[in-house]
Design a protein around this ligand. Sequence first.
Ligand code: PA5
Length: 459
Amino acid sequence: MTVQLDYSNVMQANIGLQHGLNESEIENLFSRGQSILADLRQNAEDETIGFYKLPNEQKTADEIISYAEAVRKRFKFYVHIGIGGSALGPIALQNALRDSYYNLNDYPKMFFPDNVDPDWLEDLTDKIDPSKTLFHIVSKSGATTETAATTLYFMDHLTKALGDDFYKNLLFTTDPVKGLLNRIAGEYPIKCFRIPPGVGGRFSVLSPVGLVSAAIAGIDIKKMLKGAAEMAVKCNNDDLSQNPAFIFAAIHYLYMKRGKNISVMMPYSNKLRDMADWYRQLWAESLGKRFDKDGNRVEVGQTPVKALGTTDQHSQVQLYVEGPNDKVITFLEVEKFMHNELLKNHFTYIPEFNYLEGQSLGTLLNAEKQATELALSNNERPNLTIKFSKVSEENIGAYFFLLEAATAFAGGLLKINAFDQPGVEQGKIATYALMGREGYEQKRKEIETALKKKKYFML
Ligand code: PA5
C-alpha cells in the first residue's frame, strides 16, 4: 500500500505568510490530538466507533467471497438498493476498481439506483429480468424512505416474475437486530449480512455495505482490507507529526478557524472521481453540526465540493485561482496508470503537436495537475495531495480508512459528534409526515400549519 499525504502547499514556506500555516500551529494541536486518539482507541475497543475494526474482519470477508462466487454463477443482474452511506462507497468502489465499461461485457451487470426518480427506475426495469436479478437491499436502519420505496417498487416486478419464491432473489445488509428488514427476514429465509452496531452509514464502506457488491464484481476485497489495515496502523501513530489522519484533520481545522469553509476534492483520475462523492458525504454529514458536545451553538463544518481534473480545469479552476480565497483543495493523484501508451504526431505537417510526441496521457494528466497546483500555490491558495502509487485495491482501502480516521480527528478538534446526523433525521421525519406514515400525524399538522403561514414569492 502506498498512499501518501503531501501537505507542502499549505505551509507558509510555500504559499506565504498570510494564507500558509506554520509548523507550530499544527504542533500546538498535538496535545489535543493525543487525547482524541486515546478516545478513539477506547471507542474502537468498546465498539462504540466500529469502523476502526472493519479492516480486520477477515471472517466476514471470507463469507462474502464465497457468497459472491455463488451469486456470479446464479444471477445475470445485480441491483443495489440503498442511499447515502449505503450507496456512495459501493458506487465509488465499483468505478475505481472494475473496468470502466464493465456492464457492457461482464456479468452480473450491476446497477446502483440511489434515487427515487420514477423515470430513471423505469429505464432500469426495462433492462433487467427480475427472475435473474439479485436485489441487494442495504439499510442500516431498515427504515429509510427511499430505500423502502425502491424496494417496494422492484418487489412488484419480482413477485410478478417469481411469485412466492421472490425471497430467493433478495439479499439484505442491515443492523444485526434492529429495523424493518429484520422483520421481513424473520418471515422468509433471506440471506442477511450485518453492519456492526457501532458502524454508521458513511463509515461503512469496508463492511458488507461496500464489500458485497465489490466481491460480486470480482474486486479483491481481502487486498482492500489489507490496505486499510496498513493505513490504520499509520493513523494510530502516537507521533502525530507522522499520523496522516491527524495532519489532514488539523490542517482543515486550522483553515476552518480562518474562515476557509470550503473543502474541494479534485481527483486527477476518472477512476477516482466518485471517491470525491463519497468524501463529500463523509465530510459534510460528519462535521456539519449546529451544537458542540457541550451544547454550545457552533454551526461548524466545511462545504465539500467535488471537481475533476483535468475536466474542471476548464470550468472551476479560474474561480479557485482568482476567486475568494476561502477553500482548501485536496487533489487525488495517481503516480502510475495501468495504461500509458505513447502518443505519436500523426500530423507531421503540424509541428505545434510535436511536444505531445513520445508523451503519455498519464504524463499529461499529472503535468496538468502539477500546473494547477503551481497556479494555486503561486496565488497563495492552500492545496494538498493524496498520492496513490496506483489505483489498486490496497490503496483504495487505505484511502477510505485515512479519510474516515481524519474525519474522526476533525470531529474531535471541533468538539462535535462526528458520528450522528440530526439534520438528516429531521428531513427523514418530515418525509414520513408528508407521506402519511402512521405515528407522524402531529408532525404533519405542524408542517401544514407552517405552510399556511408561509409567504410565497414566485414568478
Ligand atoms: O451516513 C449515514 O448515516 C446516512 O447517510 C445513511 O447512510 C443514509 O441516510 C441511509 O441510511 P440507512 O442505511 O439507515 O438506510
